[in-house]
Design a protein around this ligand. Sequence first.
Ligand code: SAM
Length: 175
Amino acid sequence: MEISILRLFHRVERDKRVTTHLALVGRAFCASKMFYTGDRDKRLEDKIREVNGRFGGNFEVIYVDDPVQLIKCWKEEGGIVVHLTMYGVPLLDIIDELRNFRKILLIVGSEKVPRIYYEISDYNVSITTQPHSEIAAAAVFLDRLLEGKEFYTEFSNARYKVVPSPKGKKLIRLD
Ligand code: SAM
């Protein structure tokens, strides 16, 4: 399954850590890229490139000017669009159905998300009906979608690998 994230309306100052963490969650939880709109942020792009350089994989962060056009192209290519919002259908009612799709674009907002995204999405999905965080929502969604497969993912071309350890930090250099 191919999964991409679309992060709407990034604001360089207010969201720098949140959007970076969202990309890190996407990368760790098997998405292949994160598109983002709003302010272009070279530091965000560099940070994720640096993590790929150390821990492998080729998770991409791509700025888009026109997210609605991106969504339309995604759907034309046979992908489906899932928008995470506290107002949507409970995740547990829909997750089995979502596993049948080959390509999922996961939209996460920042502040108020315009109505068009609710309408253009194939599914508006909630992870509890309480307001919380885009990072938490994406992590829970991806974990439930993948049923824990992310725990076994190996990243290609990694320079470092963590060796799980009950105490302390163990890191081996692979190159
Ligand atoms: N009122 C917003 C909403 O529509 O969910 C909460 C804004 S929150 C600061 C930013 C983003 O986090 C939202 O656009 C949504 O993608 C995600 N989010 C927050 N709470 C959520 C929830 N309970 N279920 C799904 N997504 C949530």
